[in-house]
Design a binder for this molecule. Structure first.
Ligand code: ATP
Length: 363
């Protein structure tokens, strides 16, 4: 029996719609070829251009579409010259994260053999780890409410038991799923600064309590500064990393750098009931409308969505298609013949997407 999934689609700003178009086409074709699942896409208007037109950045009916959907696909959002009256950027993705309590920010980092990377990697090495960034509290807790006087500024970090316990459970389950799929040794690294801050000792204590429930998975600790060093020196040693919001914000860009840039960095923000899948990069207004944007991070985010839905609803076809889509992008990137300009090539968005389409349906 075919199960149909409702997908809320936020086309976004700048290059957003340009990379969303081919991604929906790929997803549509994959769903059409499967008898196990179908996808129904509903547009949810939001973002900076929408705000400039209507005075609303995330209209209630778009929020409702997101709430009702089985999953949310979101392209890049925000434009530097469209701002709220207080000068802050339009970022409905952050509002969604908060409103839907999407506490687990999943940032996969992969570098396959043949893929260009700024690292001088031994030829037999590959990188394949996932950074899980807590995405609703930490140092972002006081975002927009920090206190600034003439001589002092204060922001507050918040770590709660409620969110941390769910976060660690998510990280250990992820390590188990990856191990079962042959994608890692089954290890979770808690990245913190427990040697300096009591809040992180508290964070680590809860991590250890969760680790005790997962005897088949190795648990280890690392300080955030050492982690930054090791991500450059021996990134192949990591499997699943889990960390606080601000640390994760910084380390995930380092991860994107290892892969060769933001154009290859996908993400998922996952909560108990909802999940948003979007590329890590912004709306790149400098190249918008020129057909030059790299669609790979968006396509890889869609692959994460198929995998997540497949696991949640126990539909093996969806998991298989998620893997197929991810591997198609990885193969195209590793071969290096069709790359967009940000990756050192000369292909445009359509040509790059077509290469993934051909790779996906080659067999
Ligand atoms: P934000 O703060 O919204 O995340 P940002 O300031 O980090 O955005 P981006 O919009 O991500 O900036 O763009 C940074 C640079 O990377 C720009 O020069 C942009 O053209 C380039 N870039 C970002 N995404 C892509 C992409 N998908 N394809 C090609 N170039 C990209």
């Amino acid at each position: 029996m075919t199960k149909t999934f409702e997908i809320a689609v936020f086309q976004g700003d700048g290059i957003g719609p340009e990379i969303m178009g081919p991604t929906l086409e790929l997803l549509g074709q994959m769903a059409q070829a499967s008898s196990a699942y179908d996808l129904s896409f509903t547009d949810a208007p939001a973002g900076a251009a929408h705000y400039a037109k209507t005075g609303e950045s995330l209209p209630e009916h778009s929020m409702e579409t997101a709430r009702r959907a089985d999953a949310i696909l979101l392209s890049a959002m925000g434009l530097p010259d469209v701002r709220y009256a207080d000068g802050t950027e339009i970022s409905p993705q952050i509002e969604l994260r908060k409103a839907l309590t999407l506490f687990a920010g999943v940032r996969p980092v992969t570098v396959r053999k043949g893929q260009r990377t700024p690292l001088n990697m031994p030829a037999d090495r590959e990188i394949d780890f996932v950074l899980v960034r807590e995405s609703t509290e930490g140092l972002f807790h006081s975002q927009g409410c920090g206190e600034v006087t003439k001589d002092e500024a204060r922001e507050t970090l918040l770590i709660t038991r409620e969110i941390s316990e769910q976060l660690f459970e998510f990280a250990f389950t992820l390590a188990k799923t990856r191990k079962a799929a042959g994608r890692g040794p089954g290890k979770v690294t808690c990245v913190d600064k427990a040697n300096v801050f009591r809040a992180f000792a508290f964070f680590r204590e809860m991590f250890d309590a969760e680790a005790a429930k997962h005897t088949g998975i190795k648990a280890e600790h690392a300080y955030v500064d050492a982690t930054a060093l090791w991500m450059v020196q021996k990134p192949w040693d990591f499997d699943v990393m889990v960390t606080e919001n601000m640390f994760g914000d910084i380390l995930s860009d380092l991860g994107a750098g290892l892969m060769g840039g933001l154009g290859l960095a996908p993400s998922a923000d996952i909560g108990r009931d909802h999940a948003v899948f979007q590329p890590c990069h912004g709306s790149a207004p400098d190249i918008a409308g020129q057909g030059l944007a790299n669609p790979f991070a968006m396509i890889l985010s869609a692959a994460l969505m198929l995998d997540w839905l497949g696991i949640k609803h126990e539909i093996s076809d969806m998991r298989r298609d998620g893997t197929r889509l991810r591997e198609s992008v990885e193969n195209v990137v590793a071969r290096g013949q069709v790359l967009t300009r940000d990756l050192g090539g000369s292909a445009g968005t359509q040509e790059a997407a077509r290469a993934v389409m051909e790779e996906t349906f080659a067999a």
